[in-house]
Design a protein around this ligand. Structure first.
Ligand SMILES: C[S@@+](CC[C@H](N)C(=O)[O-])C[C@H]1O[C@@H](n2cnc3c(N)ncnc32)[C@H](O)[C@@H]1O
Ligand SMILES: [Zn+2]
Length: 332
């Protein structure tokens, strides 16, 4: 933990300031082992392996703990980086562009392995804080610790240990995995300063009926509770189907001027086209990600619009992404 993170933190219980208690180990600019203490209610929070910990994983409600366990495993296994993350991320947060991050204090709700925290830091954010509930923070910390404007915190999105200081917050691929997605969205938005902005990207209900009808029951009843190594191996089968289809059909057809018209009639073309450039490992991550999550909601446009209305956001831009998901951007 870099010392200057302290100015943004607040006690998740009473919202008062935190102070740095004992520091047992440091490495370069990072506090590796130590303790944070609330100046008011005296609650203490450990800093372990460089990360301030607010989550109390042993005290979490069962559904959240299962989600954290699944993704913690996933992001400690699939730690690879990919040049295409930048383009993919910009698709999820459009119309936001890299320049938008410059000099802003940014919060990422559910940072996973930290790939977007890294991009935000490299795009010139004054500070970017990536928060995740799961052990994914170990990977996120390792991949961002050399960036002086990047910070990783382990916390629950519903109990964020921050003051209301952020110019911009984003959450991609996270809210639909929460027990109450709307509540998670409002919690992240609650840390954005008035006049600041928020982006969110969620799975859509529309055009995903085949998933909710055929895949979700298998995920809920079987794959999300399988031994992770076994799921890793089993998920190679659907990955092989996606890989062959995207490399031999969707990719080539969409790239050719004569084939792209035809490709538009293919099943799930917009999405499969968007992942056709990824190699085997990234496609395996995507398939595994869909099968490992105990909780996944598929959110309709009406529901998503309602979140933004409830927030009282202005200048809201909602977009249909890859014809299977919703992205939104607005002013808080
Ligand atoms: C599909 S991953 C997406 C990670 C990252 N946004 C990305 O796109 O690479 C979902 C992430 O949400 C995190 N998550 C789930 N429930 C959470 C909660 N209650 N609070 C914070 N993070 C949570 C998981 O641990 C996981 O890393
Ligand atoms: Zn307190």
């Amino acid at each position: 933990m870099k010392r200057r993170l302290l100015q943004y933190l607040s006690c998740p219980s009473c919202e008062k300031e935190l102070s740095l208690g004992k520091v047992a180990a440091t490495e370069d600019a990072e506090i590796i082992e130590g303790e944070l203490q609330c100046v008011s209610c005296q609650a203490t929070f450990p800093i372990l392996r460089g990360i301030p910990r607010f989550a109390g994983l042993d005290r979490l409600q069962e559904e959240k703990a299962a989600t954290a366990s699944s993704f913690g495993w996933q992001w400690q296994h699939f730690t690879q980086q990919d040049d295409r993350y930048e383009e993919q991320f910009l698709g999820w947060i459009a119309p936001v562009k890299p320049e938008f991050f410059r000099d802003k204090i940014v919060l990422e709700g559910g940072c996973g392995k930290g790939r977007h925290t890294q991009l935000a830091a490299n795009w010139g954010a004054r500070e970017v804080i990536g928060v995740d509930l799961s052990d994914a923070v170990e990977t996120a910390f390792a991949s961002t610790r050399s960036l002086e404007n990047a910070h990783i915190v382990q916390a629950d999105i519903y109990r964020l240990p921050f003051r209301r200081v952020f110019d911009y917050a984003f959450s991609v691929g996270v809210l639909h995995h929460l027990p109450d997605p709307r509540g998670g969205f409002l919690s992240v938005a609650g840390k954005v300063k008035p006049g600041g902005h928020i982006s969110a990207w969620v799975y859509g209900a529309e055009n995903n009926e085949w998933i909710t009808r055929w895949v979700s029951p298998v995920r809920e009843k079987l794959t999300s509770s399988l031994n992770r190594r076994l799921l890793l191996h089993l998920s190679r089968v659907p990955t092989a189907i996606v890989y062959v289809a995207t490399k031999l059909v969707y990719g080539p057809l969409n790239r050719s001027s004569s084939g792209s018209q035809l490709a538009q009639h293919l099943f799930y073309n917009d999405y499969l086209k968007s992942i056709a450039g990824f190699g085997w490992r990234e496609q395996h991550t995507i398939v595994f990600d869909h099968l490992v999550a105990p909780t996944s909601f598929y959110i309709s446009r009406d529901q998503f619009e309602e979140w933004w209305r409830e927030l009282g956001a202005s200048d809201v831009v909602i977009g249909w992404h890859n014809k299977n998901s919703w992205r939104g951007f607005g002013r808080v």
